[in-house]
Write a protein that binds this ligand. Structure first.
Ligand SMILES: [Zn+2]
Length: 261
């Protein structure tokens, strides 16, 4: 089967990215995108997610849960302080089990969420009393002023189609807030094909700023800017100083971008 980049570049413009570890990633010479040469089909993806969640539960969900909630709080505060204005209609695309929406609700913001996974939607409804949408099909054009996609874009099996759909429902002048693992961060530079984010089989794309901006602009977004923020996974001043230093020199493991329609 021929490999084609989401930008349309054919196979002869793609080259292997890692030489060890995850060797199925390709780098596109046109858009700078790094992606897996073959995406898992839906049933393979189900199995990958099922195994990943099972491992997470086995490895002590207490610490994971705490750090997850801490990150959600950190995102909620950042969004409310810097991205969402009062009166904005807000959507979290790829809402998972709704942790961020729940944190935002505590801060007085009632937003919507989209989540493909039926079990995550069920969890969110049962435990947080928030009903998530399965997709954007019933949302009118130009509806939301702010949409967030937090650690979601690297999972997309249809990058172009999903970005188009998000662009459609975003109001003119509205903002899209994206975070994704940065392949130019400190860890990825050191660990290369053994980088934790590359080893997650559901990560289909590894972006840097240029390739992410390329695809956003191709969809029609303008004013694509790096947002100087990445969430703190843990509390404590030592961790804060470390994280913010890494971020300020551009070696953060998280790429955070805001784009406008
Ligand atoms: Zn490309």
């Amino acid at each position: 089967m021929k490999i084609v980049c989401s930008c349309g570049a054919p196979e002869n413009l793609l080259k292997p990215y890692f030489t060890k570890g995850e060797t199925d990633f390709r780098l596109c010479k046109i858009c700078g995108c790094v992606f897996r040469e073959r995406f898992p089909n839906p049933s393979e993806l189900d199995e990958i997610y099922r195994q990943a969640y099972a491992e997470e539960n086995i490895s002590g969900s207490n610490t994971n849960q705490e750090s997850g909630d801490y990150a959600a709080q950190s995102y909620a505060q950042h969004l409310m302080g810097k991205v969402i204005k009062s009166g904005d209609r807000y959507l979290d695309f790829g809402a998972g089990t709704g942790a961020l929406l729940a944190e935002l609700k505590k801060l007085g913001l009632g937003g919507d969420g989209v989540e493909y996974s039926a079990s995550a939607r069920d969890y969110c409804l049962t435990n947080r009393a928030i009903a998530l949408k399965a997709d954007l099909s019933d949302v009118p054009a130009d509806f939301y002023q702010v949409i967030s996609m937090i650690e979601v874009i690297e999972h997309l099996t249809d990058l172009n189609g999903t970005l188009k759909e998000i662009f459609r429902v975003l109001a003119p002048g509205g903002r899209l807030f994206i975070t994704t693992p940065s392949r130019t961060g400190f860890r990825s530079r050191i660990e290369k094909g053994y980088w934790r984010e590359a080893q997650k089989k559901f990560h289909l794309f590894l972006f840097d700023m240029n390739s992410l901006a390329f695809h956003l602009k191709r969809t029609g977004f303008v004013d694509v800017r790096r947002n100087v923020f990445s969430p703190l996974q843990k509390s404590g001043w030592k961790h804060t100083v470390y994280s913010r230093s890494i971020q300020s020199i551009g070696l953060s493991g998280t790429l955070c971008v805001v784009a406008q329609k």
